[in-house]
Design a protein around this ligand. Structure first.
Ligand SMILES: Cc1cc2nc3c(=O)[nH]c(=O)nc-3n(C[C@H](O)[C@H](O)[C@H](O)COP(=O)(O)OP(=O)(O)OC[C@H]3O[C@@H](n4cnc5c(N)ncnc54)[C@H](O)[C@@H]3O)c2cc1C
Length: 386
């Protein structure tokens, strides 16, 4: 009988895993996701700002290639019985697995103890609240203050995208520390130049103390007006794995061996944001699409090797760059070493914006082509020493 592979979560890691599994016969594959459609998470700021983003139905992607899709929210996992429980539109279901690819990702941090954050700030997570934030942005009168909280990659991309589409709004980017320290001085200068050109206010070293319906308060007792607040304060991992008795790090990521197998339950492979990488795989930990896609592809190849009795190869991954759009007409491609530390080299302007667009397109097109043709197309940087 064919072993049952269950892919829990159809984000980048889950989709890339399914796409590569298409190449191999001898395994029965089921992908579960709470959504009916693949969410292009790296484009959620574009969606928020008002751009249209292509939606792809899992069923159309997978079923023509003999894979099953089950829509439902996974509630718990019983790793000792190799089962999981999910709430689907048809009711509660139990599914058995021989191998579980756990790729449930992350979401915007909610656990920070900032009064009013949950009630008054929108997050960049797909769902009705994001649809509502998009609507609010379309209807705000000229001059309305929009505040993006957190000047990391998502905050920076969100603020620039919003200002480019809604130039009449007064956009502010706020950070608790000095912003853009992860770039070379020249790349940082370029980011600051673009923010200035777009007329986006930047408040650094401002720690948010509270959010109200129309204001943002800081620990230094100052306040700024705010008609719409966007929470870009980082990502957190849901507690489902820990609650299910799987060994996790403090932040809830599943701890894995160099083959991405759970340390406590080796029939579970953890992928993407949900996994804490072993230090022999990479020297850097950054929740990213850049590492989720390789992990998904690797996991599929590993299952094939296990099935066919081939020698197992450990997962290796190195970062190559940080690619950031600053609206549609500008961007920064900061080259980094495998450990994610910035190198002197960077691209800017339209070239960087174009490269970022190609990267985003690739994260959808490459798995689609692998699914269609059943061939291995995706490659990533695998340094020998990390
Ligand atoms: C606006 C924005 C821009 C970004 N830009 C970049 C970028 O430029 N480069 C980069 O490398 N990274 C970027 N990221 C980060 C990147 O999107 C994530 O690191 C990446 O999506 C992680 O992939 P994943 O497959 O692990 O998880 P996800 O993509 O989060 O997918 C998880 C999937 O699991 C499903 N799921 C979750 N819980 C359940 C459950 N209980 N039951 C069923 N299904 C469930 C979800 O519906 C989702 O489809 C960006 C993120 C955001 C928000």
């Amino acid at each position: 009988m064919k072993p049952q592979i269950v892919i829990a979560g159809g984000g980048y890691a889950g989709l890339f895993a399914a796409a590569r599994l298409r190449k191999y016969s001898g395994m029965k594959v089921t992908l579960i996701d709470a959504n009916e459609h693949f969410v292009q998470r790296v484009r959620l700021h574009e969606y928020l700002a008002g751009r249209s983003v292509e939606r792809l139905a899992y069923r159309d992607l997978l079923e023509p290639h003999g894979m099953d899709f089950v829509q439902g929210r996974i509630q718990s996992i019983q790793p000792d019985q190799q089962t999981l429980v999910l709430d689907s539109p048809e009711g509660s279901r139990i599914l058995h697995y021989d191998w579980l690819l756990y790729a449930l990702g992350s979401r915007t941090q909610r656990s920070q103890n900032i009064p009013g954050l949950l009630e008054h700030a929108f997050t960049l997570d797909a769902g009705p609240a994001l649809d509502r934030a998009r609507e609010v942005l379309q209807t705000l009168p000229a001059g309305s203050p929009v505040v993006v909280m957190g000047a990391g990659l998502t905050g920076l991309e969100s603020a620039t995208e919003i200002k480019e589409i809604h130039p009449h709004l007064d956009v502010t980017l706020v950070d608790a520390g000095r912003a853009f320290t992860g770039y070379t001085p020249k790349a940082e200068q370029e980011i600051r130049r673009v923010l200035k050109k777009l007329n986006i206010h930047l408040h650094e070293n401002k720690t948010i103390a509270r959010v109200t319906v129309d204001r943002l308060g800081f620990t230094d007792q100052s306040e700024i007006p705010c008609a719409l607040a966007i929470n870009c304060l980082g990502f957190e991992v849901p507690s489902l794995a820990r609650d299910s008795g799987i060994r996790t790090a403090k932040n809830g990521q599943i701890q894995v061996d160099p083959y991405l197998r759970s340390l406590s339950h080796p029939r579970i492979l953890a992928l993407g944001d949900a996994a804490e990488l072993d230090s022999s795989s990479t020297a850097a930990q950054r929740m990213s699409c850049a590492s989720a896609c390789p992990m998904g592809t690797y996991a599929a190849d590993l299952l094939h090797r296990l099935q066919s009795g081939k020698k197992l190869i450990t997962f290796r991954f190195g970062f190559t760059g940080r690619c950031i759009s600053l609206g549609r007409r500008a961007g920064i491609l900061q080259f980094v070493n495998a450990k994610d530390q910035p190198l002197q080299r960077f691209f800017r302007g339209r070239l960087a914006a174009w490269i970022k667009e190609m990267v985003c397109l690739g994260t959808v097109k490459v798995p689609l082509w692998e699914l269609r043709w059943g061939v291995a197309l995706y490659r990533w940087y695998q340094p020998k020493d990390v």
